[in-house]
Write a protein that binds this ligand. Structure first.
Ligand code: ATP
Ligand code: MG
Length: 412
């Protein structure tokens, strides 16, 4: 039996790989907002995620890839990026430099039931600001995320925004929410029943349709939110409105991780079915203290699923011209190599055969490879110090002096 990639994983090549490259290229926008890239380990101590994500979350309860290494340490393949960024921030005492902005991308691992848009290994790109508490930052992060997604030519999504208040006002709300939901306890799924005891807010994150029916008239945080949290939320809404971000408030948006407070948001597409959330984020003012021990710093961030974004991106248009250098004879091969290097230097994508083959075979391969032009270097052309250039879309051929080749493509 041949070996296949493990369930829930995939190889990324062709169109999707092109889209991933585009996503990474467009992260240039993060740099313009003065975020620096951070690369953290793909595995960490299991404790980091238990503390950083929360014991009553889906991720920690059932989705982590955890194993013991040969030294007897409990290791977990990272299920998300924020905990690691925060750990690095504390470990390298970056708080001494004031606030910091980071972005990252890479694979994440969650033991989930694989389906369209849901994998066991998937890629996220995300950004975090640590050390700023103003609602201006929340607004800027949402604005930046929106700009980023739009740069990928994804337009059909909505931005949902909510506030989770702080520990104090949320505690009161949770009591009211629990009392309300307990009336319908018997009709809720087992996960909800459990969450009702451990973390009532998380019940609202349930995706089961028959549970969601009971959420229509749940109490909202609005009645319990304290003044400071309210001012913060109003501030975020006002600024992003001024910046032209289109959003709507969804008072049932709670997000899956325990560490959020105040602002939470999701970018949701209608075109992806059940796996519609492309990007999620929020403020997490208590996480830094939780992970870094004693260093309290407010923070906010988001992460976007690269596969889900790639599914929504339009087909990539090749921007750079592709040129096949076709040759015959030993002198032809050397001229071809030289021409190839000159064209690469000038910024084109080029390909050539490494074996002596008929022109017909070379054209056939070039066609499959989606080239725009062929540079033809037969014995006769080499002797005359020219090349024939064949345009694959018009099928026309012209003769070009070798010394003029790069010039010719610049004008063509
Ligand atoms: P979901 O509700 O879809 O499970 P989540 O709340 O668990 O999402 P986050 O932890 O907020 O997701 O991760 C941010 C983004 O990462 C998601 O919006 C999604 O685009 C992507 N993502 C999360 N889990 C997966 C997965 N298993 N496969 C592919 N992409 C994922
Ligand atoms: Mg999930």
């Amino acid at each position: 039996m041949s070996i296949k990639a493990p369930r829930g994983t995939k190889d990324i090549f062709g169109e999707i790989s092109e889209k991933f490259q585009e996503i990474i290229k467009m992260s240039e926008i993060f740099k313009q907002f003065n975020f620096e890239q951070i690369i953290t380990p793909i595995f960490e101590s299991t404790d980091l995620f238990i503390r950083g994500i929360g014991e009553t979350t889906d991720i920690v309860e059932k989705e982590m890839y955890t194993f013991e290494d040969k030294g007897g340490r409990s290791i977990t393949l990272r299920p998300e990026g924020t905990a690691s960024v925060v750990r690095a921030y504390g470990e390298h005492k970056m708080y001494q430099e004031g606030s910091k902005k980071f972005f990252y991308f890479g694979p994440m691992f969650r033991y989930e039931r694989p389906q369209a848009g849901r994998y066991r290994e998937f890629y996220q790109i995300g950004a975090e600001v640590i050390g700023e508490c103003s609602y201006l930052v929340d607004a800027e992060v949402i604005f930046m995320a929106d700009k980023f997604v739009k740069k990928l030519k994804i337009n059909n999504y909505s931005i949902e925004l909510n506030t989770l208040g702080c520990k104090v006002c949320r505690a009161e709300y949770q009591v009211a929410l629990k009392a309300y939901l307990t009336q319908f306890r018997e009709h809720l799924c087992d996960d909800c029943k459990r969450r009702l005891e451990t973390n009532p807010l998380r019940v609202l994150d349930c995706k089961v349709e028959s549970c969601r029916e009971y959420f229509n008239d749940v109490p909202t945080l609005e009645q319990y939110i304290d003044d400071e949290c309210k001012v913060h939320f109003e501030g975020v809404k006002q600024i992003i409105t001024t910046l032209g971000v289109v959003f709507h408030v969804n008072s049932k948006l709670v997000r899956g991780l325990d560490y959020y407070n105040r602002t939470v948001f999701e970018f949701v597409s209608q075109d992806l079915g059940a796996q519609g959330t492309i990007l999620g984020g929020g403020r997490y003012n208590n996480l830094v203290g939780e992970i870094c021990g004693g260093i309290d710093q407010p923070a906010i961030g988001f992460a976007a699923g690269m596969e889900r974004m790639a599914m929504l991106m339009p087909k990539m248009e090749a921007k750079t011209r592709k040129i096949a250098i076709c040759w015959q004879g030993e002198m032809g091969s050397i001229c071809a190599l030289k021409a190839r290097l000159e064209l690469i230097e000038a910024g084109y994508i080029t390909e050539m055969s490494y074996e002596s083959k008929s022109f017909k075979a070379q054209f056939k391969k070039a066609n499959k490879d989606g080239v725009d032009f062929a540079v033809i270097l037969g014995e006769d052309e080499v002797l005359r110090n020219i090349a024939k250039v064949k345009n694959f879309s018009s099928q026309q051929e012209v003769e070009v002096a070798m010394s003029n080749l790069v010039e010719y493509f610049k004008e063509a």
